[in-house]
Design a protein. Sequence first.
Length: 577
Amino acid sequence: MSSTPSGPADALSDPFPHPRSASSDPPVRVELLAVSELLSGRYTFRLPWFQRAYAWQTQHISRLLANVVAAMRGGASHYMLGKVMLATSGTGTDTALVDGQQRLLSLTILFAVLRDLEADANEQEWLQALIADPISDADMTRPAYRLAPQAALSEFLEAHVQCPGSTSVEPEEDRMSLSETEQNVVENRDHLRSELTSGDVSDAERRDLARFLASKCYVVVSTTDGEEQAWEMLRVEEETRLAFNETAYAKASLLGVMPADHRTRSSVLWDECEHILGSADTHALLGHVRTLHMRKRSSAPLETDICRNFALNRAGAAFMEDVFLPHARSLAAIRLPNAAAQALAPKIVAAITKMSWVNDQVWVPAALHWMSTRGVDDPAAELFFRRLERLVWVMRLAGVDPDRQENRIIRLLRQIDTVADVTAMRELDIEGRLRNPALKALRSVSFRAKKFSPVVLRRLSVELGDDIVELSNDETLTIEHILPLSPPPDRLWHQDFRSRAFVKAYTNRLGNLTLLTFDENQQAGSSDWDVKRTVLANSRVALSRQAAEQAQWRIAEIDARTERLIATLFTAWELPF
């Protein structure tokens, strides 16, 4: 057994001597904790008042849920959820959450939804214990919640997430008047509830999910004594980190493994691709090429997969010449507007434009594969792109998480190879599990709060006759609530919408919304229907002109228009309604 050196031997054993603090405790403690340990009551997480807003949206929370469910179903022994940085106060459980707010608040929302969907009282109690300390009947003080947000969010989070049964409570305020953080909390909560009750996850599997999340999902926890040191560490990390350019990094990584005599030519070809596509699309194209070649999702670094699958250590120039550059030219041809698009049929151009409004990447591998194998002159090309556009839109409306969208496109690639008839490509079909949540989203009383509401309105106006190019380029358009969010007391609106509850239930419905230019919106204001109707009738936007055909604007008109607009979309998609 060796002994610990002391005195001069210490200096000799350390080639870079440095002053030692009086305390032998390390300045930072790093632990790997299961989520159940993190939320056991050991910490009360306090969000500093200046902490950034909760920015996770449905695509982020959906990816978290999908990844954890996939790990559980795959029999994983553990799943890593990332890292958080904490600063303890030295006494008690009070802990500043310096970094990791997005993840911990999302986990709190997920456990709360699982709690409220659970029928067993013991399971409910166990799940609530991950959110708050239980309180006895004699102790009527406010529960000690594991996560204590800023004062402005505290009551809202308690009323709509943390309190048992609260995840089905609709906010009293109009959703559009909520803060960005509050909107994201409610949208993510509702999305998780919808996903976990869709039929894809059984009651028993929801319980298994809660157990897996608590006991087999882990977080790397860095803890300091005192906030000052933690914030200093975070500041130094952010200030000294080089600005990351993923495209430049990919170029350097790929060229670095190529034979020396391939690099000059490959660098020229890369620069040509970046010139015609731009930096972001050049990097995205690497991912599309990987998808086209591997036909499966990969968790390996993108550059690693490209190097291995295309043997860049031997054939780097061939990859650039025969694979990457041709696909770059194809992608450039479908990035609208551009001169190359003039060779495409108008219906293909329209489909590509509409897909780009809701997602500019997920459909690209399917489009590139069709172009390289069947071509845009194939008699079935227009039908293929129309069906692809329909799929992309409905997946977005239905809230399908990005991983599942990607997997569906991968399956479609195989069908492009093996199925001659586009109508027989099952991955282009819209089944009930897509159609029903899409319909629910379109009928939602909070439709306006959905991130996709502006593009749905644009899409509808195109279907009603507006020119797609003009509408795409019009930056003056604003969303108008025909029934105002807060009608002034002297307005006639109150004859039909007699209470705040009625106004709230209808203002953000699809049927109550339209598009106006900024000037038109200013003219309309919160005027009564007879005044507003004239503004809409003279609007340059078809969606508004159609709304002006109504003699009155009451509950029945909003309900009926909601259904008519949904029917317009579904007719365009050739879907039953």
